[in-house]
Design a protein around this ligand. Structure first.
Ligand code: NDP
Length: 281
């Protein structure tokens, strides 16, 4: 079965739109601030679609475009201002930042309650000890897809291929939280094919086009492809879809699988941050 990320995303967005309308009737409008430094065209396009989605859901959004030579001091000052701004519930600093800016320092400056990317060490800590917090969007989207398709995670062997802070590690923690038996593999893993062959669920996030082939996958496994790679002008995943889809019980296509969930989860986090600001304070 194909896991349709576009469809799940659409369903979630319709629900969120209603929730935003209800909040607005009570006088609260969720607000997201997106900060972009420099003119990287890919970053510009990501930021524009984040803003567009925000507006389509009826949320408030603002974009802060800073020049590539912006000083760290000026960027940190902007974050301080956004932290203090009551219209803003979510702050997203588009990564990567130009080399002279220290990404960890910038992320740590964001109020963890407004850290809708879920990258602040406080939120990373909350995730690892199973406390509520803001969770990183792409891995959270993976979990929402598994939930939507009622895929049993508890007790299953989940193998995560990739250990980045953005995808591999957080998705491993989320699967563990859902009582999977989790194995995390990476570029130094020995006998990778043997490990993968024992997986009931495989999440691949390595950035290597078509890396996961049929000989690495057990019949009936669930395969989630996080990879986004541009090959000859086309977007492809980390999974050789044509052959693996014949074996898998469920599989995400690329595009149209995990990809659409990322922005949806950003909106979900902004809405959550807004609700918590008003109702849990
Ligand atoms: P990183 O480059 O940060 O991490 C890649 C990971 O893959 C590393 O842990 C690396 O191991 C591991 N790896 C690389 N090559 C191999 C190999 N041959 N065998 C086993 N492990 C390997 O990537 P990201 O996590 O940021 O992204 C991964 C993919 O997901 C990319 O294609 C990216 O574009 C995509 N992505 C998609 C998103 C979405 O919205 N759908 C969002 C974020 C990312 P080691 O640690 O040992 O170096």
């Amino acid at each position: 079965m194909i896991i349709d990320g576009k469809k799940v995303s659409q369903i979630m967005r319709e629900d969120m739109k209603k929730e935003v309308e209800a909040l607005k009737e009570k006088g609260f409008t969720p607000g997201l601030a997106v900060v972009i430094v420099g003119e990287n065209p890919a970053s510009q396009s990501y930021v524009n679609s984040k803003q567009k989605t925000c507006n389509a859901l009826g949320m408030y959004s603002e974009k802060h475009e800073l020049s590539a030579d912006t000083s760290e001091e000026a960027l940190l000052k902007l974050i301080d201002d956004l932290n203090a701004d009551s219209k803003i519930h979510g702050i997203l600093v588009q990564l990567p930042l130009p080399g002279h800016l220290d990404e960890s320092k910038v992320i740590e400056r964001i109020d963890p309650k407004k850290d809708v990317d879920g990258f602040h060490p406080i939120n990373v800590g909350n995730l690892s000890i199973g406390f509520d917090g803001l969770k990183p969007c792409t891995p959270y989207g993976v979990i929402k897809l598994l939930d939507h398709y009622d895929i049993q995670v508890e007790g299953k062997h989940a193998v995560v291929l990739g250990r980045s802070n953005i995808v591999g590690k957080p998705v491993s923690m989320m699967l563990l939280q859902k009582n999977a038996t989790v194995t995390v593999c990476h570029s130094r893993t020995e006998n990778l094919n043997d490990v993968l062959k024992t997986a009931d669920i495989i999440v691949v996030a390595i950035g290597r086009p078509g890396f996961l082939t049929q000989d690495m996958v057990k019949e009936g496994a669930v395969v989630i492809d996080v990879g986004i790679n541009r090959v000859d002008g086309k977007i492809v995943g980390d999974v050789k879809y044509d052959e693996v889809s014949k074996l898998a019980s469920h599989i995400t296509p690329v595009p149209g699988g995990v990809g659409p969930m990322t922005i949806t989860m950003l909106m979900y986090n902004t809405l959550k941050a807004c609700k918590e600001n008003y109702f849990d304070a």
